[in-house]
Design a protein around this ligand. Structure first.
Ligand SMILES: [Zn+2]
Ligand SMILES: [Zn+2]
Length: 147
């Protein structure tokens, strides 16, 4: 490949930002990649920073589970609070069996369900891994018995 700016020179690498070939004179070493001098230095450093960030955040298995749990709690508490407000509104107006009261009960039930689900999330996975490990050892002992 030839340098994008100099047809007579071989490129030493590819700009991290625009993907063009650059010769030794045109390239700026950004540490983890090259950039066109005076043109892509800023963009390339952004790209490199972005890639670094992705690498840092990529092992997200546990984080995703934690976030899911947190989101569930937030939703659940919102529903519970809204449910209580609607119930109180219904009680205050003396029409608990009508719209606000009923809606409040629905919210409370749904909020309770969300909370229950949020509490179950991590436990369930722990139980599953334990169970699969148990069944694996069982299978193993069965095999040795047969032999
Ligand atoms: Zn470039
Ligand atoms: Zn060049």
């Amino acid at each position: 490949m030839k340098c994008f700016n100099h047809d007579d020179r071989d490129a030493v690498g590819i700009c991290k930002s625009c993907g063009k070939g650059v010769c030794r004179e045109c390239a700026v070493d950004m540490g983890k990649g090259l950039a066109c001098r005076d043109r892509c230095e800023m963009d390339a450093s952004n790209v490199i920073a972005l890639i670094d960030q992705n690498i840092q955040f990529s092992p997200v298995g546990k984080n995703v589970m934690g976030n899911m749990r947190k989101n569930t709690y937030v939703q659940a508490s919102f529903l519970l609070v809204a449910g209580v407000i609607f119930l109180l509104t219904g009680m205050a107006s003396g029409r608990l069996a009508e719209f606000p009261g009923l809606l409040g009960m629905v919210f409370l039930i749904y909020g309770g369900y969300m909370l229950w689900r949020g509490l179950r999330l991590p436990k369930q996975t722990q139980e599953q891994t334990r169970r699969s490990r148990l069944s694996a050892t069982n299978r193993h002992s069965l095999n040795t018995d047969v032999e």
